[in-house]
Write a protein that binds this ligand. Structure first.
Ligand SMILES: NC(=O)c1ccc[n+]([C@@H]2O[C@H](COP(=O)([O-])OP(=O)(O)OC[C@H]3O[C@@H](n4cnc5c(N)ncnc54)[C@H](O)[C@@H]3O)[C@@H](O)[C@H]2O)c1
Ligand SMILES: [Zn+2]
Length: 368
């Protein structure tokens, strides 16, 4: 097991990464579980795959797990599921010193974290991430949110978990498409600031996706270490450092919005293509070598992720995509922070990107 500290001032916590953590759930949580009844929020897929393991560990330690099982999918990050979940937790008489368990991917983690943030003005929660995306990204850092009619993740809170247990065994039951989508966020850490890790991804990414346990352990550890460092330095995204984590996300968000945030394009798939577009746009501006952008695109394609805008078959033009960018929640006083690259491992926040030029670039990319 690897333990990575997240050194947030006043609220430090650990991310533990290893195989078998869910089988040892009660032992891992220790005295944090201070009552017999333990509330756990999950979705139906995760419950089917891991519910029995979690129940066995908790009951063997004298606990009684009480489950709230939500429908799988992004639609569960809603006002109605939030309200119902909060009411359920209040009926369970959760107190501020208690810990709620979030067992699942980013959808369950974001919803449960937000519920924990607002119950009695904040109670504890433990992240048990079961997707690669959740293990390397969403379970760490304390961003919680739901979606509303106005857009994704527009209502939420910063609320850090007390503990994150990333069980690598959980990845064994994850569908391949979700695994590849999560892998996009792994590659992201290489592209942001770690060229050596991008090279490692080129050498080991295929093995990781195919199931190589050592490769998975290494990738999750490197990713969490990178995220923990950035979050500890800039918890609330005020100094610009945390904004680096949005590499590929401005383009990606526009693509997700154009696809109606539907299952036709998963978040990680949109980010993968978004990172290729950020690289290609950086090359167009003369910031980065074209061959480096090609290298990124080749690796994304090799992972089975979309690497060319034309392949999505979108029936829109570049201006329609940049219009979505204007509704990005990162928009601040009329300017949109745009992440570009000076090379692999050298992402930076560009202040002066002209959206009409981005639209012209996207028109070329849409045409193939
Ligand atoms: N808070 C943050 O910092 C942050 C960062 C990135 C993404 N997110 C959010 O995360 C969400 C996406 O998360 P996700 O990609 O984990 O999606 P998800 O939670 O929808 O999980 C993907 C699918 O995999 C299934 N699943 C999960 N674990 C499984 C397992 N071990 N075995 C079998 N099936 C399993 C789920 O039921 C679901 O169908 C989005 O809502 C996004 O906004 C949040
Ligand atoms: Zn993301």
């Amino acid at each position: 097991m690897t333990t990575i500290p997240v050194d947030i001032a006043g609220r430090p916590y650990e991310v533990r990464i290893g195989a078998g953590l869910l089988s040892d759930l009660a032992g891992q949580c220790g005295a944090r579980l201070r009552k017999p009844r333990v509330p756990i929020i999950t979705d139906a897929n995760v419950h089917a795959a891991w519910g029995a393991t979690v129940t066995a560990s908790l009951t063997a330690a004298g606990h009684e797990p009480v489950w709230r099982i939500l429908p799988p999918g992004e639609a569960s990050k809603s006002w109605s599921q939030l309200a119902a979940t909060v009411d359920w937790l209040l009926a369970e008489e959760v107190e501020r010193g208690d810990h709620i368990l979030a067992l699942g991917g980013g959808v369950i983690g974001d919803l449960t974290g937000f519920a924990a943030a607002i119950i009695k003005r904040g109670c504890h929660f433990i992240q048990l991430p079961t997707t690669l995306l959740a293990q390397v990204d969403s379970s760490v850092g304390g961003k919680t949110a739901i979606n509303t009619a106005a857009g994704k993740n527009l209502v939420g809170a910063f609320h850090q978990p007390s503990l994150v247990l990333a069980d690598l065994d959980a990845l064994g039951t994850l569908p391949r498409r979700d695994l590849a989508a999560g892998y996009a966020e792994v590659v992201k850490y290489g592209l942001i600031a770690d060229a050596g890790f991008f090279e490692w991804c080129e050498a080991h990414g295929a093995a990781l996706i195919a199931g190589d346990a050592e490769a998975r352990a290494h990738a999750v550890s490197v990713s969490v270490t990178a995220k923990a460092r950035i979050v500890a330095a800039d918890e609330r995204e005020t100094t610009g450092q945390r904004a680096l984590l949005n590499l590929g996300h401005t383009f990606g968000h526009a693509l997700e919005a154009e696809c109606g945030f539907s299952a036709s394009l998963l978040h990680g798939e949109a980010v993968a293509l978004g990172m290729v577009l950020a690289a290609r746009y950086s090359a167009r501006l003369g910031l980065m070598r074209g061959q480096d952008a090609d290298r990124i695109a080749a690796h994304i394609a090799e992972a089975g992720l979309p690497a060319r805008l034309a392949e999505l078959g979108l029936a829109c033009d570049g201006a329609a995509l940049t219009a979505h960018m204007l509704h990005d929640k990162k928009m601040d006083a009329g300017t949109l922070p745009f992440l570009l690259m000076r090379g692999i491992g050298a992402a930076f926040l560009a202040a002066d990107v002209a959206l009409d030029d981005v639209a012209a670039f996207l028109d070329v990319e849409l045409a193939g």
